[in-house]
Design a protein around this ligand. Structure first.
Ligand SMILES: CC(=O)SCCNC(=O)CCNC(=O)[C@H](O)C(C)(C)COP(=O)(O)OP(=O)(O)OC[C@H]1O[C@@H](n2cnc3c(N)ncnc32)[C@H](O)[C@@H]1OP(=O)(O)O
Ligand SMILES: CC(=O)C(=O)O
Length: 545
Protein backbone atom coordinates (compact mmCIF):
# COMPACT_ATOMS: atom_id res chain seq x y z
CA UNK A 1 0.00 0.00 0.00
CA UNK A 2 1.51 3.37 -0.94
CA UNK A 3 1.82 5.82 1.89
CA UNK A 4 0.72 9.46 1.86
CA UNK A 5 3.32 12.18 2.28
CA UNK A 6 3.04 14.11 5.52
CA UNK A 7 5.06 17.33 5.77
CA UNK A 8 6.83 18.47 8.94
CA UNK A 9 7.00 22.19 9.59
CA UNK A 10 9.25 23.30 12.44
CA UNK A 11 8.63 26.64 14.14
CA UNK A 12 11.19 26.41 16.97
CA UNK A 13 12.93 29.53 15.69
CA UNK A 14 9.68 31.52 15.44
CA UNK A 15 6.95 30.31 17.84
CA UNK A 16 9.71 28.71 19.98
CA UNK A 17 11.33 32.15 20.25
CA UNK A 18 8.05 33.33 21.82
CA UNK A 19 8.70 31.06 24.86
CA UNK A 20 9.17 32.88 28.16
CA UNK A 21 12.89 32.94 29.01
CA UNK A 22 14.06 31.90 25.53
CA UNK A 23 16.21 34.38 23.70
CA UNK A 24 18.00 32.91 20.69
CA UNK A 25 21.10 34.59 19.30
CA UNK A 26 21.77 34.56 15.56
CA UNK A 27 24.39 31.87 16.15
CA UNK A 28 21.87 29.77 18.16
CA UNK A 29 19.44 30.04 15.27
CA UNK A 30 22.05 28.85 12.80
CA UNK A 31 22.93 25.87 14.97
CA UNK A 32 19.30 24.87 15.49
CA UNK A 33 18.46 25.29 11.79
CA UNK A 34 21.36 22.94 11.01
CA UNK A 35 20.12 20.34 13.52
CA UNK A 36 16.59 20.45 12.12
CA UNK A 37 17.82 20.18 8.55
CA UNK A 38 19.96 17.15 9.40
CA UNK A 39 17.02 15.59 11.23
CA UNK A 40 14.90 15.86 8.11
CA UNK A 41 12.06 18.34 8.67
CA UNK A 42 10.53 19.82 5.50
CA UNK A 43 10.16 23.46 6.53
CA UNK A 44 12.21 25.52 8.96
CA UNK A 45 10.49 28.73 9.98
CA UNK A 46 13.42 30.95 10.86
CA UNK A 47 11.60 33.89 12.46
CA UNK A 48 10.08 37.19 11.47
CA UNK A 49 12.35 39.29 9.23
CA UNK A 50 12.07 42.96 10.11
CA UNK A 51 10.55 42.33 13.54
CA UNK A 52 13.81 42.51 15.50
CA UNK A 53 17.54 42.84 14.78
CA UNK A 54 18.27 39.14 15.52
CA UNK A 55 15.76 37.89 12.96
CA UNK A 56 16.71 40.51 10.42
CA UNK A 57 20.36 39.54 10.78
CA UNK A 58 19.56 35.81 10.64
CA UNK A 59 17.59 36.27 7.43
CA UNK A 60 20.31 38.59 6.12
CA UNK A 61 22.54 35.59 5.57
CA UNK A 62 20.54 32.54 4.61
CA UNK A 63 21.65 29.41 6.53
CA UNK A 64 23.10 26.66 4.35
CA UNK A 65 20.35 24.04 4.47
CA UNK A 66 20.64 20.77 2.57
CA UNK A 67 16.99 19.98 2.08
CA UNK A 68 14.56 21.88 4.30
CA UNK A 69 12.66 24.86 2.89
CA UNK A 70 13.77 28.00 4.65
CA UNK A 71 10.65 29.91 5.64
CA UNK A 72 9.96 33.46 6.77
CA UNK A 73 7.04 34.32 9.02
CA UNK A 74 5.02 37.53 9.07
CA UNK A 75 1.50 38.89 9.05
CA UNK A 76 -0.82 39.73 6.21
CA UNK A 77 -0.73 43.30 4.94
CA UNK A 78 -2.52 45.92 6.94
CA UNK A 79 -5.94 46.97 5.68
CA UNK A 80 -6.10 50.31 3.89
CA UNK A 81 -2.83 49.94 2.02
CA UNK A 82 -1.69 47.75 -0.84
CA UNK A 83 0.58 44.76 -0.34
CA UNK A 84 3.33 46.54 -2.28
CA UNK A 85 3.06 49.50 0.09
CA UNK A 86 3.26 47.61 3.36
CA UNK A 87 6.73 47.94 4.94
CA UNK A 88 6.20 44.90 7.20
CA UNK A 89 5.35 42.67 4.26
CA UNK A 90 8.19 44.19 2.21
CA UNK A 91 10.78 43.09 4.82
CA UNK A 92 9.41 39.54 4.66
CA UNK A 93 9.41 39.47 0.88
CA UNK A 94 12.94 40.90 0.73
CA UNK A 95 14.30 37.96 2.75
CA UNK A 96 15.90 35.21 0.70
CA UNK A 97 13.63 32.27 1.55
CA UNK A 98 11.89 29.37 -0.17
CA UNK A 99 8.57 29.86 1.55
CA UNK A 100 6.63 32.53 3.42
CA UNK A 101 4.09 31.77 6.11
CA UNK A 102 1.74 34.66 6.90
CA UNK A 103 -0.54 34.71 9.92
CA UNK A 104 -4.08 35.80 9.13
CA UNK A 105 -7.09 36.27 11.35
CA UNK A 106 -9.83 33.70 10.78
CA UNK A 107 -12.05 34.47 13.77
CA UNK A 108 -14.46 37.33 13.08
CA UNK A 109 -14.21 38.39 16.73
CA UNK A 110 -10.47 39.03 16.22
CA UNK A 111 -11.04 40.79 12.91
CA UNK A 112 -13.39 43.18 14.67
CA UNK A 113 -11.56 43.61 17.98
CA UNK A 114 -7.85 43.09 17.28
CA UNK A 115 -7.65 44.42 13.73
CA UNK A 116 -10.60 46.81 13.82
CA UNK A 117 -11.42 46.14 10.17
CA UNK A 118 -14.33 44.55 8.33
CA UNK A 119 -14.47 40.85 7.50
CA UNK A 120 -14.19 41.72 3.82
CA UNK A 121 -11.09 43.90 4.37
CA UNK A 122 -9.43 40.99 6.18
CA UNK A 123 -10.21 38.62 3.28
CA UNK A 124 -8.77 41.21 0.92
CA UNK A 125 -5.58 41.38 3.01
CA UNK A 126 -5.27 37.60 2.85
CA UNK A 127 -5.78 37.49 -0.91
CA UNK A 128 -3.43 40.38 -1.75
CA UNK A 129 -0.71 39.17 0.62
CA UNK A 130 -0.74 35.60 -0.73
CA UNK A 131 -0.58 36.92 -4.29
CA UNK A 132 2.35 39.17 -3.35
CA UNK A 133 4.26 36.19 -1.92
CA UNK A 134 3.53 34.07 -4.99
CA UNK A 135 4.59 36.93 -7.29
CA UNK A 136 7.98 36.91 -5.57
CA UNK A 137 8.38 33.23 -6.43
CA UNK A 138 8.06 32.02 -2.82
CA UNK A 139 5.82 29.23 -1.67
CA UNK A 140 2.96 30.99 0.14
CA UNK A 141 1.12 29.61 3.12
CA UNK A 142 -1.34 31.08 5.58
CA UNK A 143 -1.52 30.34 9.31
CA UNK A 144 -5.26 30.70 10.00
CA UNK A 145 -4.97 32.12 13.50
CA UNK A 146 -7.68 30.99 16.00
CA UNK A 147 -9.19 28.79 13.31
CA UNK A 148 -11.00 26.40 15.65
CA UNK A 149 -12.48 29.15 17.85
CA UNK A 150 -13.37 31.07 14.70
CA UNK A 151 -15.02 28.03 13.16
CA UNK A 152 -17.16 27.53 16.27
CA UNK A 153 -18.17 31.21 16.26
CA UNK A 154 -18.71 31.75 12.53
CA UNK A 155 -18.14 28.64 10.47
CA UNK A 156 -18.81 30.31 7.10
CA UNK A 157 -16.30 33.09 7.73
CA UNK A 158 -13.54 30.79 9.01
CA UNK A 159 -13.98 28.63 5.93
CA UNK A 160 -13.93 31.66 3.64
CA UNK A 161 -10.50 32.63 5.07
CA UNK A 162 -9.13 29.21 4.08
CA UNK A 163 -10.73 29.33 0.64
CA UNK A 164 -9.53 32.88 -0.03
CA UNK A 165 -5.94 31.87 0.84
CA UNK A 166 -5.98 28.71 -1.26
CA UNK A 167 -7.73 30.38 -4.23
CA UNK A 168 -5.10 33.15 -4.16
CA UNK A 169 -2.38 30.50 -4.51
CA UNK A 170 -1.43 29.47 -0.99
CA UNK A 171 0.15 26.01 -0.96
CA UNK A 172 -1.11 25.46 2.58
CA UNK A 173 -3.80 26.81 4.87
CA UNK A 174 -2.73 25.92 8.38
CA UNK A 175 -5.48 25.50 10.97
CA UNK A 176 -4.19 27.05 14.18
CA UNK A 177 -5.47 26.28 17.65
CA UNK A 178 -3.93 29.55 18.75
CA UNK A 179 -5.34 29.68 22.28
CA UNK A 180 -4.72 25.95 22.72
CA UNK A 181 -8.13 25.27 24.26
CA UNK A 182 -9.53 22.88 21.67
CA UNK A 183 -9.72 19.18 22.55
CA UNK A 184 -8.78 16.26 20.28
CA UNK A 185 -12.34 15.13 19.49
CA UNK A 186 -13.27 18.68 18.42
CA UNK A 187 -10.15 19.00 16.28
CA UNK A 188 -10.87 15.69 14.56
CA UNK A 189 -14.51 16.60 13.95
CA UNK A 190 -13.82 20.13 12.70
CA UNK A 191 -10.98 19.09 10.38
CA UNK A 192 -13.28 16.34 9.02
CA UNK A 193 -16.00 18.92 8.38
CA UNK A 194 -13.57 21.32 6.67
CA UNK A 195 -12.47 18.55 4.32
CA UNK A 196 -16.08 17.44 3.76
CA UNK A 197 -16.87 21.04 2.74
CA UNK A 198 -14.52 20.58 -0.22
CA UNK A 199 -11.11 21.78 1.02
CA UNK A 200 -8.48 19.15 0.10
CA UNK A 201 -6.66 17.72 3.13
CA UNK A 202 -3.35 17.82 1.29
CA UNK A 203 -3.57 21.65 1.35
CA UNK A 204 -4.23 21.79 5.11
CA UNK A 205 -1.90 21.94 8.07
CA UNK A 206 -2.30 21.90 11.85
CA UNK A 207 -0.60 24.23 14.36
CA UNK A 208 -1.54 23.26 17.92
CA UNK A 209 -0.74 24.93 21.23
CA UNK A 210 -0.42 22.98 24.43
CA UNK A 211 -2.68 24.86 26.84
CA UNK A 212 -4.66 21.72 27.72
CA UNK A 213 -1.60 19.45 27.31
CA UNK A 214 -3.19 18.18 24.11
CA UNK A 215 -1.02 19.76 21.43
CA UNK A 216 0.47 16.44 20.28
CA UNK A 217 -2.88 14.66 20.60
CA UNK A 218 -4.59 17.47 18.65
CA UNK A 219 -1.95 17.29 15.91
CA UNK A 220 -2.44 13.52 15.61
CA UNK A 221 -6.23 13.99 15.58
CA UNK A 222 -5.91 16.50 12.73
CA UNK A 223 -3.62 14.13 10.81
CA UNK A 224 -6.11 11.28 11.24
CA UNK A 225 -8.86 13.58 9.99
CA UNK A 226 -6.88 14.45 6.88
CA UNK A 227 -4.39 17.37 7.22
CA UNK A 228 -1.05 16.70 5.59
CA UNK A 229 1.21 19.30 7.19
CA UNK A 230 1.99 19.34 10.90
CA UNK A 231 3.67 22.20 12.70
CA UNK A 232 5.57 21.95 15.96
CA UNK A 233 8.70 22.85 17.86
CA UNK A 234 11.67 21.07 19.40
CA UNK A 235 10.93 20.10 23.01
CA UNK A 236 7.53 21.77 22.69
CA UNK A 237 8.83 25.34 23.00
CA UNK A 238 6.36 28.08 22.15
CA UNK A 239 4.04 30.83 23.30
CA UNK A 240 2.57 30.24 26.82
CA UNK A 241 2.47 26.45 27.40
CA UNK A 242 4.21 25.76 24.12
CA UNK A 243 3.47 24.10 20.80
CA UNK A 244 3.09 20.51 19.69
CA UNK A 245 6.41 18.86 20.46
CA UNK A 246 7.90 17.48 17.25
CA UNK A 247 10.30 15.43 19.37
CA UNK A 248 7.23 13.44 20.44
CA UNK A 249 5.41 13.64 17.12
CA UNK A 250 8.23 12.36 14.91
CA UNK A 251 8.79 9.01 16.65
CA UNK A 252 5.05 8.49 16.99
CA UNK A 253 4.62 9.01 13.25
CA UNK A 254 7.52 6.70 12.45
CA UNK A 255 7.07 3.96 15.01
CA UNK A 256 3.37 3.64 15.68
CA UNK A 257 1.77 1.33 13.15
CA UNK A 258 -1.39 3.38 12.69
CA UNK A 259 0.69 6.29 11.37
CA UNK A 260 3.76 4.52 10.01
CA UNK A 261 1.62 2.36 7.71
CA UNK A 262 -0.30 5.35 6.34
CA UNK A 263 2.23 8.16 6.17
CA UNK A 264 5.67 8.88 4.87
CA UNK A 265 7.72 11.63 6.49
CA UNK A 266 11.14 12.92 5.47
CA UNK A 267 12.81 11.84 8.72
CA UNK A 268 14.38 8.41 8.22
CA UNK A 269 14.59 5.67 10.83
CA UNK A 270 18.35 6.22 10.74
CA UNK A 271 18.01 9.96 11.52
CA UNK A 272 15.47 9.11 14.23
CA UNK A 273 18.42 7.70 16.18
CA UNK A 274 19.72 11.28 16.56
CA UNK A 275 16.51 12.53 18.17
CA UNK A 276 17.70 12.37 21.78
CA UNK A 277 20.87 14.19 20.79
CA UNK A 278 18.88 16.89 18.96
CA UNK A 279 16.54 17.41 21.90
CA UNK A 280 19.39 17.64 24.43
CA UNK A 281 21.46 19.89 22.18
CA UNK A 282 18.60 22.37 22.15
CA UNK A 283 18.57 22.33 25.95
CA UNK A 284 22.33 22.79 25.94
CA UNK A 285 21.98 25.84 23.66
CA UNK A 286 19.29 27.22 25.96
CA UNK A 287 21.35 26.37 29.04
CA UNK A 288 18.41 24.41 30.48
CA UNK A 289 18.42 21.06 32.22
CA UNK A 290 16.81 18.46 29.92
CA UNK A 291 13.35 17.32 31.01
CA UNK A 292 13.97 13.86 32.52
CA UNK A 293 10.34 12.93 31.96
CA UNK A 294 10.21 13.87 28.27
CA UNK A 295 8.57 11.07 26.26
CA UNK A 296 10.99 9.10 24.06
CA UNK A 297 14.08 11.25 24.81
CA UNK A 298 14.00 11.95 28.54
CA UNK A 299 16.44 10.28 30.88
CA UNK A 300 13.50 8.54 32.56
CA UNK A 301 11.74 7.55 29.34
CA UNK A 302 13.27 4.07 29.51
CA UNK A 303 14.22 3.98 33.19
CA UNK A 304 12.65 1.18 35.19
CA UNK A 305 12.59 1.12 38.95
CA UNK A 306 10.01 -1.44 40.05
CA UNK A 307 11.43 -4.93 40.65
CA UNK A 308 8.55 -6.63 38.83
CA UNK A 309 9.19 -4.50 35.73
CA UNK A 310 12.93 -5.08 35.76
CA UNK A 311 12.56 -8.81 36.21
CA UNK A 312 10.47 -8.95 33.03
CA UNK A 313 12.60 -6.42 31.09
CA UNK A 314 15.64 -8.60 31.61
CA UNK A 315 13.73 -11.50 30.04
CA UNK A 316 12.50 -9.34 27.14
CA UNK A 317 12.61 -5.51 27.09
CA UNK A 318 9.37 -5.40 25.08
CA UNK A 319 7.52 -6.43 28.25
CA UNK A 320 7.72 -2.88 29.62
CA UNK A 321 9.00 -0.71 26.75
CA UNK A 322 6.62 0.59 24.08
CA UNK A 323 9.53 1.05 21.63
CA UNK A 324 13.23 0.14 21.86
CA UNK A 325 15.19 3.08 23.37
CA UNK A 326 17.98 2.80 20.78
CA UNK A 327 15.64 3.72 17.92
CA UNK A 328 15.39 7.29 19.27
CA UNK A 329 19.00 7.37 20.46
CA UNK A 330 18.04 6.94 24.11
CA UNK A 331 19.04 4.16 26.49
CA UNK A 332 17.57 1.80 29.01
CA UNK A 333 18.21 2.55 32.67
CA UNK A 334 17.61 0.17 35.54
CA UNK A 335 17.36 1.89 38.90
CA UNK A 336 18.41 0.43 42.23
CA UNK A 337 16.16 1.54 45.09
CA UNK A 338 13.74 0.30 47.71
CA UNK A 339 11.37 -0.60 44.85
CA UNK A 340 13.98 -3.02 43.51
CA UNK A 341 14.10 -6.78 43.38
CA UNK A 342 17.04 -9.10 42.75
CA UNK A 343 16.70 -8.40 39.02
CA UNK A 344 17.47 -4.68 39.50
CA UNK A 345 20.55 -5.55 41.54
CA UNK A 346 21.79 -8.07 38.97
CA UNK A 347 21.25 -5.57 36.13
CA UNK A 348 23.04 -2.81 38.04
CA UNK A 349 25.94 -5.15 38.88
CA UNK A 350 26.25 -6.13 35.24
CA UNK A 351 26.24 -2.46 34.20
CA UNK A 352 29.05 -1.82 36.70
CA UNK A 353 30.98 -4.74 35.21
CA UNK A 354 30.66 -6.84 38.37
CA UNK A 355 30.43 -10.55 37.66
CA UNK A 356 28.50 -12.61 40.17
CA UNK A 357 26.53 -15.81 40.15
CA UNK A 358 22.85 -14.76 40.32
CA UNK A 359 22.35 -17.42 42.97
CA UNK A 360 25.15 -16.02 45.19
CA UNK A 361 23.61 -15.22 48.59
CA UNK A 362 25.45 -11.88 48.54
CA UNK A 363 22.99 -10.60 45.88
CA UNK A 364 20.16 -10.85 48.41
CA UNK A 365 22.39 -9.29 51.11
CA UNK A 366 23.13 -6.37 48.82
CA UNK A 367 19.43 -5.94 48.03
CA UNK A 368 18.60 -5.96 51.75
CA UNK A 369 21.37 -3.46 52.43
CA UNK A 370 20.12 -1.13 49.67
CA UNK A 371 16.58 -1.24 51.05
CA UNK A 372 17.79 -0.67 54.61
CA UNK A 373 19.92 2.29 53.52
CA UNK A 374 17.13 3.77 51.37
CA UNK A 375 14.98 3.65 54.51
CA UNK A 376 17.66 5.73 56.26
CA UNK A 377 17.55 8.29 53.45
CA UNK A 378 20.16 7.12 50.92
CA UNK A 379 19.11 7.13 47.31
CA UNK A 380 21.07 4.91 44.95
CA UNK A 381 18.77 5.73 42.06
CA UNK A 382 20.91 8.72 41.11
CA UNK A 383 24.15 7.72 42.82
CA UNK A 384 25.60 4.91 40.72
CA UNK A 385 29.15 5.30 42.06
CA UNK A 386 28.03 4.93 45.69
CA UNK A 387 26.01 1.86 44.71
CA UNK A 388 29.02 0.33 42.98
CA UNK A 389 31.18 0.97 46.05
CA UNK A 390 28.54 -0.57 48.30
CA UNK A 391 28.42 -3.67 46.09
CA UNK A 392 32.16 -4.01 45.71
CA UNK A 393 32.71 -3.50 49.44
CA UNK A 394 30.32 -6.33 50.13
CA UNK A 395 32.32 -8.46 47.70
CA UNK A 396 35.56 -7.41 49.40
CA UNK A 397 36.85 -5.58 46.32
CA UNK A 398 37.42 -2.09 47.76
CA UNK A 399 40.72 -1.50 49.54
CA UNK A 400 40.63 0.88 52.47
CA UNK A 401 42.83 3.39 50.65
CA UNK A 402 42.69 5.92 53.47
CA UNK A 403 41.12 6.21 56.88
CA UNK A 404 39.70 9.48 58.13
CA UNK A 405 40.90 10.00 61.71
CA UNK A 406 38.94 13.21 62.18
CA UNK A 407 37.83 16.44 60.55
CA UNK A 408 36.87 19.86 61.82
CA UNK A 409 35.23 22.80 60.05
CA UNK A 410 35.08 26.43 61.16
CA UNK A 411 32.83 29.02 59.58
CA UNK A 412 33.82 32.59 60.30
CA UNK A 413 32.46 35.97 59.26
CA UNK A 414 35.25 38.52 59.30
CA UNK A 415 36.89 41.45 57.52
CA UNK A 416 39.39 40.43 54.86
CA UNK A 417 42.54 42.31 53.83
CA UNK A 418 40.49 44.46 51.44
CA UNK A 419 38.24 45.54 54.31
CA UNK A 420 35.24 43.52 53.05
CA UNK A 421 33.00 41.68 55.51
CA UNK A 422 33.10 38.08 54.23
CA UNK A 423 32.23 34.59 55.39
CA UNK A 424 35.08 32.10 55.09
CA UNK A 425 35.28 28.44 55.98
CA UNK A 426 38.34 26.59 57.14
CA UNK A 427 38.61 22.81 57.46
CA UNK A 428 41.21 20.51 59.01
CA UNK A 429 41.29 16.86 58.04
CA UNK A 430 43.42 14.12 59.62
CA UNK A 431 43.77 11.18 57.30
CA UNK A 432 45.75 7.99 57.60
CA UNK A 433 47.44 6.69 54.44
CA UNK A 434 49.83 3.75 54.58
CA UNK A 435 50.14 4.28 58.33
CA UNK A 436 51.15 7.95 57.88
CA UNK A 437 48.94 10.46 59.63
CA UNK A 438 48.52 13.41 57.27
CA UNK A 439 47.01 16.64 58.52
CA UNK A 440 45.81 19.18 55.98
CA UNK A 441 44.04 22.49 56.25
CA UNK A 442 41.86 23.90 53.48
CA UNK A 443 39.96 27.14 53.01
CA UNK A 444 36.85 27.60 50.94
CA UNK A 445 33.82 29.74 50.32
CA UNK A 446 31.70 27.21 52.22
CA UNK A 447 32.29 24.34 54.66
CA UNK A 448 32.04 21.62 52.01
CA UNK A 449 34.39 23.44 49.69
CA UNK A 450 36.88 23.86 52.55
CA UNK A 451 36.60 20.18 53.50
CA UNK A 452 37.11 19.16 49.91
CA UNK A 453 40.23 21.35 49.67
CA UNK A 454 41.65 19.95 52.90
CA UNK A 455 40.91 16.31 52.11
CA UNK A 456 42.49 16.51 48.70
CA UNK A 457 45.50 18.59 49.71
CA UNK A 458 47.53 15.61 50.79
CA UNK A 459 46.45 12.05 50.25
CA UNK A 460 50.03 10.79 50.21
CA UNK A 461 50.67 8.37 47.38
CA UNK A 462 47.07 8.79 46.16
CA UNK A 463 47.39 12.51 45.47
CA UNK A 464 48.40 12.12 41.79
CA UNK A 465 45.24 10.04 41.18
CA UNK A 466 42.92 12.83 42.24
CA UNK A 467 44.68 15.83 40.72
CA UNK A 468 42.08 16.16 37.94
CA UNK A 469 39.05 15.44 40.13
CA UNK A 470 36.55 18.27 40.50
CA UNK A 471 33.12 18.66 42.03
CA UNK A 472 30.69 19.40 39.20
CA UNK A 473 27.46 19.69 41.18
CA UNK A 474 26.22 19.49 44.73
CA UNK A 475 22.59 18.95 45.73
CA UNK A 476 21.17 19.01 49.24
CA UNK A 477 17.80 17.67 50.26
CA UNK A 478 16.31 17.72 53.74
CA UNK A 479 14.29 14.59 54.51
CA UNK A 480 12.29 13.70 57.57
CA UNK A 481 12.77 10.36 59.20
CA UNK A 482 10.45 9.90 62.16
CA UNK A 483 10.71 13.16 64.10
CA UNK A 484 14.28 13.88 62.93
CA UNK A 485 15.32 15.94 59.93
CA UNK A 486 18.13 14.32 58.01
CA UNK A 487 20.15 15.63 55.12
CA UNK A 488 20.90 13.84 51.89
CA UNK A 489 23.74 15.21 49.79
CA UNK A 490 24.32 14.15 46.20
CA UNK A 491 27.62 15.06 44.62
CA UNK A 492 28.42 14.94 40.93
CA UNK A 493 32.14 14.61 40.28
CA UNK A 494 34.09 14.87 37.05
CA UNK A 495 37.65 14.29 35.95
CA UNK A 496 39.95 15.43 33.16
CA UNK A 497 39.11 12.35 31.05
CA UNK A 498 35.47 13.39 30.74
CA UNK A 499 34.16 10.84 33.30
CA UNK A 500 31.28 11.87 35.57
CA UNK A 501 30.02 9.98 38.59
CA UNK A 502 27.50 10.49 41.38
CA UNK A 503 27.82 9.76 45.08
CA UNK A 504 25.53 10.15 48.07
CA UNK A 505 25.89 10.84 51.78
CA UNK A 506 23.23 10.93 54.51
CA UNK A 507 23.38 12.28 58.05
CA UNK A 508 21.44 14.54 60.38
CA UNK A 509 24.39 16.90 59.86
CA UNK A 510 24.83 18.48 56.43
CA UNK A 511 28.63 18.68 56.71
CA UNK A 512 28.84 15.03 57.69
CA UNK A 513 26.55 13.99 54.80
CA UNK A 514 28.67 16.04 52.38
CA UNK A 515 31.86 14.51 53.69
CA UNK A 516 30.55 10.96 53.17
CA UNK A 517 29.67 11.79 49.57
CA UNK A 518 33.12 13.40 49.09
CA UNK A 519 34.92 10.36 50.49
CA UNK A 520 32.88 8.05 48.24
CA UNK A 521 33.72 10.24 45.25
CA UNK A 522 37.48 10.03 45.90
CA UNK A 523 37.36 6.32 46.72
CA UNK A 524 35.46 5.63 43.50
CA UNK A 525 38.05 7.50 41.46
CA UNK A 526 40.92 5.63 43.10
CA UNK A 527 39.19 2.31 42.46
CA UNK A 528 38.32 3.08 38.86
CA UNK A 529 41.79 4.37 38.06
CA UNK A 530 43.43 1.29 39.56
CA UNK A 531 45.21 2.94 42.49
CA UNK A 532 47.22 0.37 44.48
CA UNK A 533 45.95 -0.83 47.85
CA UNK A 534 47.76 0.53 50.94
CA UNK A 535 50.74 -1.55 51.97
CA UNK A 536 50.45 -0.92 55.68
CA UNK A 537 47.35 -1.03 57.85
CA UNK A 538 46.02 2.32 58.96
CA UNK A 539 47.34 3.31 62.36
CA UNK A 540 48.70 6.51 63.80
CA UNK A 541 52.46 6.61 63.28
CA UNK A 542 54.22 9.80 62.38
CA UNK A 543 52.66 13.19 61.79
CA UNK A 544 53.39 15.11 58.58
CA UNK A 545 51.94 18.62 58.24
C1 LIG B 1 -0.39 33.68 17.06
C2 LIG B 1 1.00 34.12 16.90
O1 LIG B 1 1.87 33.61 17.53
S1 LIG B 1 1.31 35.31 15.73
C3 LIG B 1 2.98 35.68 15.89
C4 LIG B 1 3.18 36.74 16.84
N1 LIG B 1 4.55 37.05 16.91
C5 LIG B 1 4.98 38.22 17.26
O2 LIG B 1 4.17 39.11 17.48
C6 LIG B 1 6.43 38.40 17.43
C7 LIG B 1 7.02 39.49 16.58
N2 LIG B 1 6.23 40.71 16.61
C8 LIG B 1 6.78 41.95 16.65
O3 LIG B 1 7.98 42.13 16.71
C9 LIG B 1 5.86 43.10 16.56
O4 LIG B 1 4.57 42.76 17.09
C10 LIG B 1 5.68 43.55 15.06
C11 LIG B 1 7.03 44.08 14.55
C12 LIG B 1 5.23 42.41 14.18
C13 LIG B 1 4.62 44.63 14.94
O5 LIG B 1 4.93 45.62 15.87
P1 LIG B 1 4.05 46.97 15.94
O6 LIG B 1 3.89 47.52 14.58
O7 LIG B 1 4.66 47.80 16.98
O8 LIG B 1 2.57 46.49 16.35
P2 LIG B 1 2.08 45.74 17.68
O9 LIG B 1 2.91 44.59 17.97
O10 LIG B 1 1.88 46.74 18.79
O11 LIG B 1 0.60 45.29 17.24
C14 LIG B 1 0.37 44.40 16.19
C15 LIG B 1 -0.34 45.13 15.05
O12 LIG B 1 -0.49 44.18 13.98
C16 LIG B 1 -1.86 44.07 13.62
N3 LIG B 1 -2.05 42.70 13.17
C17 LIG B 1 -2.03 41.59 13.96
N4 LIG B 1 -2.23 40.51 13.18
C18 LIG B 1 -2.37 40.94 11.92
C19 LIG B 1 -2.60 40.29 10.70
N5 LIG B 1 -2.71 38.97 10.64
N6 LIG B 1 -2.68 41.03 9.58
C20 LIG B 1 -2.52 42.37 9.64
N7 LIG B 1 -2.31 43.03 10.78
C21 LIG B 1 -2.24 42.32 11.90
C22 LIG B 1 -2.61 44.42 14.89
O13 LIG B 1 -3.92 44.84 14.64
C23 LIG B 1 -1.76 45.56 15.44
O14 LIG B 1 -2.07 46.72 14.69
P3 LIG B 1 -2.22 48.18 15.42
O15 LIG B 1 -0.85 48.52 15.87
O16 LIG B 1 -2.69 49.04 14.31
O17 LIG B 1 -3.19 48.00 16.51
C1 LIG C 1 0.35 31.39 14.02
C2 LIG C 1 0.43 30.95 15.39
O1 LIG C 1 1.48 30.84 15.95
C3 LIG C 1 -0.80 30.62 16.07
O2 LIG C 1 -1.88 30.90 15.58
O3 LIG C 1 -0.71 30.06 17.17
Amino acid sequence: MSRERLYLFDTTLRDGAQTQGVDFSVEDKRLIAGLLDELGVDYIEGGYPGANPTDTSFFGERPALKRAKFTAFGMTKRAGRSASNDPGLAAILDADTDAVCLVAKSWDFHVRVALGVTNEENLESIEDSVKAVAAKGREPMIDCEHFFDGYKANRAYALSCIRTALDAGARWAVLCDTNGGTLPDEVERIVGEVIASGVPGDRLGIHAHNDTENAVANSLAAIRAGVRQVQGTLNGLGERCGNANIVSLIPTLLLKKEYADRFEIAVSLERLKTLTHVSRTLDEILNRAPNRYAPYVGENAFASKAGIHVSAILKDPATYEHVPPECVGNQRKIAVSDQAGRSNILAALEEAGIKIDPKDSRVQRLLDEVKEREFLGYSYDGAGASFELLARRLLGEVPEYFVIESFRVLVERRYNAAGEFVTVSEATVKVNVDADLLISVGEGNGPVNALDQALRKDLGKYSPYIEDLRLADFKVRILTSGTEAITRVMIESADGKGNRWFTVGVSPNIVDASFQALVDSITYKLLRDGAPAPVKPAKKMEVRV
